[in-house]
Design a protein around this ligand. Structure first.
Ligand code: OSB
Ligand code: MG
Length: 375
C-alpha cells in the first residue's frame, strides 16, 4: 500500500478526572494523533507522549520532532506490504518508542482494513487460537487528596463493576493507603503501582505489606532497572510486575532470565508498537510469564489497539483498559467502550481495522497544531 499522505495532529483533551501519580498531576492530556492514507483507506494511530517527561523521556514536543523530521519522511511514499514493515523502517531512530507507536498502530489499522480484518484477528493470525472477543479489565486510580477520598473512589469503581483495582502510590503515601484499602475491601483484587519512585532502601516498607495479599506491586524501582527488582523480589511476598523497565522483547528475556519479576505489563506505546508488543507477549508466553495489557490514558484510537493486543492468548490478567467515560467526557473516536459490570470485561472491537471511527469535528476542536505531509 503506497503511503500517499500522512497527517499529524497535536491535541489536548480535558480528562474526566485529574490523574495523579508519583511523577506528577494531569488535569488534561495532550497527545499526538496520526493518520496514514492509502488507496482510499485511512489508518489511525496515537502517540501517548505527554507534556512532561515523567513516565518516559519522551514528550509531545520530542515526539513531534522525531516524527516530522525523521520517522514520517522515512515512511512517506513507500510501499507498505505489512504493518511489521514500520518496525524495520523506523529502527534507524534509536529509542522514542512512543513516537514510533503512532505509525505502527496506524499501519496495523490500515493493513487490517485492506484485508477486511479486525486488528485483533490480524494480530492473532500466527497462533492457532482465535482472538478473545472480550477482555477482562480493571481500573487504575491516581493518588487522591486523602485516604477517605481514595476509598470513596475505589467504591465508586467497584459499584460500576470493575473487579481489579490499581492504586498509584508515592513515598509517604503508600502503606497507609494499601492497608486502608485492604481493610475496607477484603475480597477485592488490589494492586499498587510505584512508577519507579522507590529504592532498595524501601524493602522493609514493602515487607510490611506482605500480609495484605496484594495482587502485585508494579515497578517500584528505577525506570531502567532490572537487576535490583530481582533482589527486591527475593525479599518480599507480593509478586513484582515490571512496567517502565521492559522496552523490548530482549528486555523481557533478560528479566525472565534473572528472575526480576513475576508478571510483565505490556504497553504498545512503551515498546514501540503492536509488532514489538506481540513479540514481548511471545517471549513471555513461551516462558510461562503472565502478562497484562497496560494503558496510558489513550483516546479511543489507542485504546482500541490495547483491546486488540489484550485479546492474544498470553494475556491472562486484567488490563488497565477502562471504559471511555473513565478517561474523557467526549472522546475523539466512536463507539464508546463500555464496561460489562457482570464480569468486568470490555468487548474487543470487531473491525474493520481498529474498529473505531474518528469524529473529525471533535478531533479538529481538540487540535492545537496540525501538519499534513503529502507524498
Ligand atoms: O504506570 O501504568 C502506568 C498512565 C499513564 C502512564 C503510566 C501509567 C498509567 C496508568 C493508567 O496507570 C492506565 C490507564 O488506565 O490508561
Ligand atoms: Mg505502571
Amino acid at each position: 500500500m503506497l503511503i500517499e499522505r500522512i497527517d499529524l495532529y497535536h491535541i489536548n483533551q480535558q480528562l474526566a478526572s485529574p490523574f495523579v501519580t508519583s511523577f506528577g498531576r494531569q488535569d488534561e492530556r495532550q497527545c499526538l494523533i496520526l493518520s496514514l492514507s492509502s488507496d482510499g483507506l485511512t489508518g489511525w494511530g496515537e502517540c501517548a507522549a505527554t507534556i512532561a517527561p515523567g513516565y518516559s523521556y519522551e514528550t509531545v514536543t520530542t515526539a513531534w520532532h522525531i516524527l516530522t523530521d525523521f520517522l514520517i519522511p522515512a515512511v512517506l511514499g513507500r510501499d507498505l506490504a505489512e504493518p511489521e514493515d514500520i518496525r524495520d523502517w523506523s529502527s534507524f531512530v534509536r529509542g522514542h518508542p512512543l513516537a514510533k507507536t503512532s505509525l505502527d498502530v496506524a499501519a496495523w489499522d490500515l493493513c487490517a482494513k485492506r484485508d477486511g480484518l479486525a486488528v485483533a484477528q490480524k494480530l492473532v493470525s500466527p497462533y492457532e487460537n482465535s482472538p478473545r472477543d472480550r477482555v477482562e479489565v480493571g481500573v487504575s486510580i491516581g493518588i487522591q487528596p486523602s485516604i477517605d477520598e481514595t476509598l470513596a473512589v475505589v467504591e465508586e469503581y467497584l459499584d460500576k463493576g470493575y473487579r481489579r483495582i490499581k492504586l498509584k502510590i508515592r513515598p509517604g503515601l503508600d502503606l497507609e493507603i494499601a492497608r486502608a484499602a485492604r481493610q475496607a475491601f477484603a475480597a477485592t483484587s488490589i494492586m499498587l503501582d510505584g512508577n519507579s519512585a522507590y529504592s532498595m532502601a524501601d524493602a522493609p516498607l514493602f515487607q510490611s505489606m506482605d500480609d495484605l495479599e496484594l495482587l502485585m506491586l508494579e515497578q517500584p524501582l528505577e525506570n531502567d532497572d532490572i537487576y535490583e527488582h530481582s533482589q527486591l523480589r527475593s525479599l518480599i511476598e507480593t509478586p513484582i510486575c515490571l512496567d517502565e523497565s521492559i522496552l523490548s522483547g530482549s528486555h523481557a528475556r533478560a528479566a525472565i532470565a534473572i528472575g526480576a519479576c513475576d508478571i510483565i505489563n505490556i504497553k504498545p506505546g512503551r515498546v514501540g508498537g503492536l509488532t514489538e508488543a506481540r513479540l514481548v507477549h511471545d517471549v513471555c508466553f513461551e516462558a510461562g510469564m503472565p502478562v497484562w495489557c497496560g494503558g496510558m490514558l489513550e483516546t479511543g484510537i489507542g485504546r482500541a489497539a490495547l483491546l486488540a493486543l489484550a485479546s492474544l492468548p498470553g494475556f491472562t490478567l486484567p488490563g488497565d483498559i477502562s471504559a471511555t467515560e473513565r478517561y474523557y467526557k467526549q472522546d475523539i473516536a466512536r463507539p464508546q467502550f463500555l464496561l460489562n459490570p457482570e464480569d468486568s470485561t470490555i468487548e474487543v472491537p470487531i473491525g474493520p481495522g481498529l474498529g473505531v471511527e474518528v469524529d473529525m469535528n471533535r478531533l479538529s476542536r481538540a487540535t492545537l497544531r496540525k501538519k499534513a505531509f503529502p507524498a
